[in-house]
Ligand binder design. Structure first.
Ligand SMILES: Nc1ncnc2c1ncn2[C@@H]1O[C@H](COP(=O)(O)OP(=O)(O)OP(=O)(O)O)[C@@H](O)[C@H]1O
Length: 283
């Protein structure tokens, strides 16, 4: 741990041409953890993520029925490849105890950045350094729809590294927290999207995470569930993890986070305390 911390601070010190942030209100906010140690958990260094989309139409080849039919008759595919530059040179450091809200308009790169921090998308250039295992909790996180909630809880807990005794100990708490009641015995394909999201959040938050990434998970819950999940996030912060939260509901971000990063067209537009950043974002 000490070695990694030293290595991370070394990397930060060497940053060459970063950051290209428009505004840094408070670039290194005080960590919210008990010990107030400034231990970096995530360093994002001039990160670029580019998607390659194969078979995309060229600009002069509009996607209409006549063109599609012609290609079908000629048995032509669409060999063209287009690039979408979703994250463009993002740099920041997150610390133990931070709960960081990520805001931005649709398509600004929020989910892409979370997936990159989780290690699910390789950087085109730049790098992400994490201290500990990041866990991404998204609305579409992979639980198995054809299996019952019960089985998904067990599998999800195993996937997070729990042993059978720990799963047994946490099981009732997960079911209670999710509020899905007797639906736990039904396949997840019978759940509403809100029920599925609640169960995913309950599973993921049953364990303390080094770095927990939450993508819109709170958006689908009802008022009571939102309150409970905010409490749980606060608790996870105190347990010294780092939480990233992407949500369009700015009230949730303001109440839950101690720092907000505003992404705009793949770049950081502002990074600082929630009140200041959200006021600018709303302006
Ligand atoms: N799998 C993909 N393949 C190609 N392009 C993608 C893919 N996923 C996202 N993009 C593009 O990358 C850009 C950023 O998308 P991203 O989903 O990260 O934005 P977002 O801020 O999370 O949006 P939203 O608020 O709508 O969820 C968009 O232009 C989007 O079209």
């Amino acid at each position: 741990m000490a070695e990694l911390t030293e290595e991370l601070s070394h990397v930060k010190a060497e940053e060459p041409g970063v950051p290209k942030t428009d505004v840094r209100v408070h670039p290194d906010p005080e960590p919210a953890g008990k010990d107030k140690e400034r231990v970096p958990t995530v360093i994002v260094d001039d990160l670029h993520i580019i998607y390659r989309v194969y078979g995309a139409a060229t600009d002069n080849e509009k996607g209409n029925a006549a063109n599609a039919l012609m290609r079908l008759v000629k048995r032509q595919g669409r060999p063209q490849m287009k690039e979408v530059h979703a994250v463009r040179g993002v740099s920041f450091v997150a610390y133990h105890g931070d709960a960081i809200g990520i805001v931005g308009r649709n398509g600004s790169g929020k989910s892409t950045m979370l997936r990159a921090i989780a290690g699910l998308l390789p950087p085109h250039s730049g790098a992400v350094y994490t201290d500990g295992q990041p866990s991404l909790l998204g609305v579409n996180a992979a639980l198995m729809r054809e299996l019952t909630g019960e089985r998904n809880i067990v599998l999800g807990c195993y996937a997070m590294g729990m042993n059978p005794a720990q799963v047994k100990e946490k099981y009732d708490d997960i079911v209670d927290f999710s509020g899905i009641g007797e639906f736990v015995q039904f396949p997840m394909s019978t759940y509403s999207s809100g029920m599925g999201a609640r169960l995913r959040f309950a599973i993921a938050s049953a364990k303390s995470h080094d770095v927990l990434l939450i993508d819109e998970a709170l958006a689908t819950g009802d008022r009571e569930f939102k309150r409970k999940s905010q409490e749980r996030i606060k608790q996870m912060r105190q347990e010294a993890g780092t939480v990233f939260l992407v949500a369009h509901n700015l009230d949730v971000i303001e109440e839950t986070c101690n720092r907000v990063i505003w992404l705009h067209k793949g770049k950081i537009k502002m990074d600082g305390d929630p009140k200041t950043v959200l006021a600018a974002y709303n302006a």
